[in-house]
Design a protein around this ligand. Structure first.
Ligand SMILES: [Zn+2]
Length: 169
């Protein structure tokens, strides 16, 4: 089931998520819904706070559904390695219509659990590395705009506020 994606300004997006306990039916349904929602929005990643659930879990697929083998579900993820640097354009399903060049590590390793509760270790470079870092930020209550320079960040936030005021957000 596709769930509504919260937009910048919604409280759940701006506070840290808490660890997932039991991988029960509620969590499994949430994961299924997050995958449906990510693909319906043509996204490459979606974190639980974006659908209003303050749990540390995200789904990611750099191929955006073109290659099913690239789908990852990561529960209680941690970034255990990060090196190098890249600065590419990023967007976010919670900030539709806005992008920015975000400084990120070039390569990261994330660990966590898959939906069966088995340990996973994901090594990513390029786009996958950016997605992993972007989704980790969501779990800590951050969005990509928070990592932009002051001028670019202020510009985006001013435009969002204007859309909010006029009921278009
Ligand atoms: Zn995002």
């Amino acid at each position: 089931m596709i769930r509504p994606i919260l937009r910048y300004g919604a409280e759940a997006l701006h506070c840290p998520a808490v660890g997932v306990g039991a991988l029960n039916d509620t969590v499994q349904t949430l994961i299924d819904d997050m995958i449906d929602t990510m693909y319906a929005a043509a996204g490459v990643g979606l974190a639980a706070p974006q659908v209003g659930v303050g749990l540390r879990l995200f789904v990611a697929d750099p191929s955006s559904g073109r290659d099913g083998s690239q789908l990852r579900v990561v529960i209680n993820p941690e970034l255990v390695e990060a090196d190098g640097a890249q600065r590419e354009e990023e967007g976010c399903l919670s900030l539709p219509g806005f992008t920015g060049h975000v400084p990120r590590s070039a390569r990261v390793v994330a660990t966590g659990l898959d939906r069966e509760g088995s340990s996973v270790r994901i090594e990513g470079e390029g786009l996958l590395a950016r997605v992993l870092q972007h989704e980790m930020d969501h779990l800590d209550g951050g969005l990509f705009v928070d990592r932009l320079s002051g001028i670019r960040r202020d510009l985006i936030i001013r435009r969002v506020r204007k859309l909010q005021r006029t009921g278009k957000w």
